[in-house]
Design a protein. Structure first.
Length: 274
């Protein structure tokens, strides 16, 4: 809400805050939107954004001041740093943004988790890299799971269930069965009768995946205390007035951005109150 982009909203509507360089939007409008975001977060519209070429992987990069001058972003789906003065960013339009902060050592991580990245343990990998390279201890970490497509709307196939069951002992617990509400089918049931035996009709419940819970469990598996994990909530497909949804718009959508950074000039301050 409140941006300079108009390509994804009805004609005459207020501008939207598309933060991704999509093919449909004007680059200058996206740059203006990014300045609005960085100013709101850091107080400075010129704060560097460290973005990634996301490809649904488990690849995590360590961002440094040198990356501010890079012409092309790193390829990956997670970034970590303990250097101040920059914002790590992940772009989403249904996938899960996960932000992690080490309040003691002043280190941060940002991770992009679609279902493929979740199966590949992008969040567990990211927290592990923070422990290994930045000296973070799990008990010092706080995490936020941002808005994404909710289980209410995220229908997937049996192959996705198989992937999760092959990787996680709790894989099946992440899925629920949802019966679609069809007013026509309810009013005229005779139209949908088949000659198949009961239980063999193609009509039935659909599988829905809970990506939020999947990534919350990964954070806990990596050692983050359950009480230190905040789920922001909101379904990107259910709430088009607030969020972009790639699935809900059939691909015609902008991108949201989740950002996190270490504040400049505050190395000796406690992060918990900032």
């Amino acid at each position: 809400m409140g941006g300079e982009s108009h390509v994804y909203c009805p004609e005459g509507a207020p501008g939207e805050l598309n933060l991704g360089f999509t093919a449909q939007d004007n680059r200058d409008a996206v740059m203006a939107n990014r300045r609005l975001l960085t100013e709101a977060v850091s107080g400075n519209p010129s704060t560097p954004l460290i973005t990634l070429r996301q490809f649904h992987s488990s690849r995590v990069v360590r961002a440094t001041a040198e990356d501010v001058r890079r012409q092309h972003p790193w390829k990956g789906d997670g970034a970590i740093t303990d250097e101040p003065g920059m914002l790590l960013a992940v772009l989403t339009a249904d996938c899960v943004p996960v932000l992690v902060a080490d309040r003691r050592r002043r280190a941060v991580g940002a991770f992009h988790a679609g279902w493929r990245g979740t199966v590949k343990r992008i969040v567990e990998t990211g927290v592990g890299r923070m422990r290994l390279e930045l000296g973070s201890q799990p008990e010092d970490l706080v995490a936020a799971i941002g808005p994404c497509i909710g289980q209410c709307c995220y229908e997937v196939g049996e192959e996705v269930l198989s992937e999760f069951e092959s990787q996680f002992t709790y894989g099946r617990d992440l899925f629920g069965e949802v019966y679609d509400s069809d007013l026509v089918r309810t009013k005229y049931p005779m139209l949908f009768l088949t000659q198949r035996a009961p239980g063999h009709s193609p009509i039935g419940p659909s599988l829905h995946l809970d990506l939020v819970e999947a990534n919350r469990r990964q954070l806990m598996a990596a050692g983050v205390v359950e009480e230190s994990i905040q789920v922001v909530g909101g379904c990107t497909q259910c709430q088009p007035e607030l969020f972009f949804s790639h699935r809900g718009s059939r691909g015609h959508a902008g991108r949201m951005m989740a950002v996190i950074g270490v504040q400049s000039g505050a190395k000796n301050r406690r992060a918990s109150g900032r």
